[in-house]
Ligand binder design. Structure first.
Ligand SMILES: Nc1ncnc2c1ncn2[C@@H]1O[C@H](COP(=O)(O)OP(=O)(O)OP(=O)(O)O)[C@@H](O)[C@H]1O
Ligand SMILES: [Mg+2]
Length: 345
């Protein structure tokens, strides 16, 4: 559960307008309720009964079953590369999260701000609207590009003319964008993020050390060692030795992980560099002043911000609380300037 208790006492007691802001991410889903702040923060995972399709577990409980599926249970990640890949599962998952958020709309058409990757196609945007409609039929749902939400959480104002450069490194997408107010001026969207880094680390450990490790352990190595080797320069991991077929504990050197992360990290820095090079001069001045704001869980990768800064030649900072920045910005839009978002059909 999150601790962000946004909203005013007036908003809570008078129920001025019920509404939600939702960041349905590839790895994590977050829900902000008007007047209450962040109330749901769960992995984007659902476990379903293979025969009946019944929901067995959602969020943390479903994630615990991943990789150790009991018979008859299928663990589904309904999003891939930032967008919905399994509409039925996404709709079931979102409905469960809204229930968990105790979202009982008092208004006739409750407001909803739904975060979407900037590179999402119209069909992918429609899928998100459809999943939300399944969660609550009468929502007045509006889409916000994730970089816009990230920029608002980094302190930008919806009515401001100042340019903000955000780099959101999520689990399934990486988005670099220049945002002015509630609109993007330019963006680069990559369909990979932290999950692809985990896969690269898992592959490297298999190839260099001959050890097969779980996705969760690959993620842990990435988080501990990053591109700098972390504090210790190495980390231990338990996996299946491919030659002896026995469980082994090995020390993984930071260099192995850094080499595996080189390609994705270089591609992320390239996207930021290309965008800076394409910016109109007036915006470039704003960006030089405020720097590149790095958001999303990937912002926490040891060494990423320094690498981006070095390659782009512009200061880079990790935003406050990067895993929650998108939902926080969306919550701000919900509470402060919902009407600035375009209506959807
Ligand atoms: N300390 C850390 N260091 C490196 N990576 C981290 C750290 N903490 C979390 N991550 C990574 O961040 C990713 C999840 O970030 P986030 O919640 O922003 O993604 P998401 O919003 O679900 O995905 P997307 O926006 O791409 O749909 C995971 O790949 C996770 O491994
Ligand atoms: Mg995200």
């Amino acid at each position: 559960m999150g601790s962000d208790q946004g909203g005013t006492a007036k908003g809570r007691t008078m129920g001025v307008r019920s509404g939600i802001a939702v960041d349905l991410g590839t790895v994590n889903s977050l829900v902000h309720v008007h007047g209450h702040g962040l109330v749901v923060e769960e992995p984007s995972v659902i476990a379903l009964d293979r025969v009946s399709g019944r929901v067995v577990a959602v969020g943390h409980h479903a994630d615990e079953l991943a990789g150790r599926e009991p018979a008859g249970v299928e663990v589904v990640h309904p999003l891939r590369d930032g967008v919905i890949s399994d509409l039925g599962a996404a709709a079931d998952m979102l409905r469960a999260f809204l229930h968990r958020a105790r979202f009982h709309a008092s208004a006739l058409r409750p407001h909803a701000v739904l975060c979407v990757p900037s590179g999402a196609t119209p069909i992918e945007r429609d899928a998100l609207l459809a999943a939300a409609a399944f969660g609550h039929r009468r929502l007045d749902a509006r889409l916000v590009d994730e970089p816009v939400a990230a920029a608002l959480s980094a302190g930008a104002n919806p009515g401001s003319a100042e340019g903000v450069f955000t780099l959101d490194v999520g689990g399934g997408t990486t988005e670099a964008a220049v945002v002015v107010g509630v609109r993007m001026v330019a963006y680069r969207s990559l369909r990979f993020g932290g999950n692809a880094m985990d896969e690269a680390v898992g592959r490297a450990v298999r190839q260099v050390l001959g050890l097969r490790i779980s996705q969760k352990d690959a993620e842990r190595l990435k988080i501990e060692l990053g591109v700098t080797g972390g504090e210790r320069g190495s980390a231990t991991v338990v996996g299946m030795d491919l030659t002896t077929s026995s469980l082994e504990e090995l020390e993984v050197d930071g260099d192995v992980v850094a080499a595996a992360l080189e390609r994705p990290v270089a591609a992320i820095a390239d996207a930021a560099r290309e965008l800076v090079a394409a910016m109109p001069p007036d915006l470039a001045k704003d960006v030089l002043n405020s720097g590149i704001q790095i958001a999303g869980g990937g912002a926490l990768l040891p060494g990423l911000a320094q690498r981006v800064e070095k390659e782009v030649g512009v200061g880079a900072v990790v935003v406050d609380d990067p895993l929650r920045s998108v939902v926080r910005g969306a919550g701000r839009l919900l509470e402060e300037s919902f009407d600035s978002l375009e209506k959807t059909a």
